[in-house]
Design a protein around this ligand. Structure first.
Ligand SMILES: [Ca+2]
Ligand SMILES: [Ca+2]
Length: 311
């Protein structure tokens, strides 16, 4: 091998090993969006306060074109859309959540957006609850479904199904309802109470094999398969706000400004304070939501998944 070829393969190796340690991820915390890697959240933007009464931004999801959607508020939230360095807002009558810091979930397949909706006071419509679907293309009327539950988090699984964690209250999140996002039809209920007992759960993420990752206030991330078998438990210690599968990692945020990045088998994790990753975040630490990814469901055949997995 000639010298320039050697040099080139050395550079390629160096780039590869650097890439293998970098996780691309983002957070929503302190009414800011931060994006970057474990080496630093180099991009931070302020989320506009959506209402006259200050309501904090909650969870957020990133579309494949880089557009970011934020569950922005509590009793009268906006769907705040960040694209081309500019913000715009959408909303839906009666959309609201109980004001617990960890509540509020959002997911998207790049066209439709799903958000959790709970029963709250205020306008008469605010008592309505379930899952709200919003069409970013504005072609299909936005609507509410799953009106028999009050979800505190939801996720579009990498398997193409929509999972909602419910109810609120204490202990919260004892059940997961599964829906077909193509037609909002109900598929099944999974009882976390049957698996873990009478204990609370705060957030859910789901991989392409329908394995569920459940994040808890006591600091556990639990991996369970579609039949309810507990595969792994990882105790990261923090009071967890949110969990997502991003860039091939399980990433959770906690109550005090920390992010936990684990492998998909939950064999180990690294902990980062977001204030160390960018000084615009407060050293004191505030609740951290993980910026989830949209899921392209166009090549996923839902009928096949439930013929196999949900009988
Ligand atoms: Ca409501
Ligand atoms: Ca999230």
């Amino acid at each position: 091998m000639e010298r320039h070829q050697l040099k080139r393969s050395f550079i390629a190796l160096a780039l590869f090993s650097q890439a293998s340690f970098a996780t691309n991820f983002g957070v929503s915390s302190e009414d800011k969006l931060g994006q970057g890697t474990e080496a630093g959240l180099g991009t931070v933007v302020n989320i506009p306060v959506a209402n006259d009464i200050s309501e904090s931004a909650r969870d957020a999801v990133k579309l494949s074109d880089g557009t970011i959607l934020v569950y922005n508020g509590t009793f009268d939230p906006k769907l705040s859309v960040y694209a081309n360095n500019a913000w715009s807002d959408l909303t839906f009558s009666g959309w609201s959540t109980v004001n617990n810091g960890t509540y509020g979930g959002i997911a998207s397949d790049n066209r439709f957006v799903w958000v959790t909706d709970m029963s709250t006071g205020g306008d008469p419509d605010d008592a309505l609850h379930g899952i709200v679907q919003i069409d970013l293309d504005g072609q299909m009327p936005d609507f509410r479904f799953a009106e028999d539950i009050e979800p505190i988090d939801l996720t579009l699984g990498k398997d193409g199904l929509l999972y909602a964690l419910w109810p609120g209250g204490s202990p919260e999140g004892r059940f997961v309802n599964v829906y077909n996002p193509n037609d909002a039809s109900f598929i099944k209920t999974i009882s976390l109470a049957d698996i873990f007992g009478h204990t609370g759960h705060r957030s859910i993420a789901v991989d392409e094999n329908s394995n569920m990752y459940i994040a808890d206030w006591d600091g556990d991330i639990q991996m369970i398969d579609r039949n309810g078998n507990v595969l792994h438990t990882l105790d990261v210690g923090g009071s967890l706000y949110d969990v997502d599968i991003v860039d091939g990692k399980v990433i959770a945020g906690d109550r005090f400004g920390d992010v936990y990045i684990a492998d998909l088998q939950l064999q180990g994790y690294q902990e980062y304070a977001i204030s160390d990753l960018n000084a615009q975040f407060d050293d004191f630490g505030h609740g951290v939501f993980i910026l989830g990814d949209s899921v392209d469901t166009s090549n996923i055949i839902i009928d096949y998944i439930f013929a196999d997995d949900f009988e």
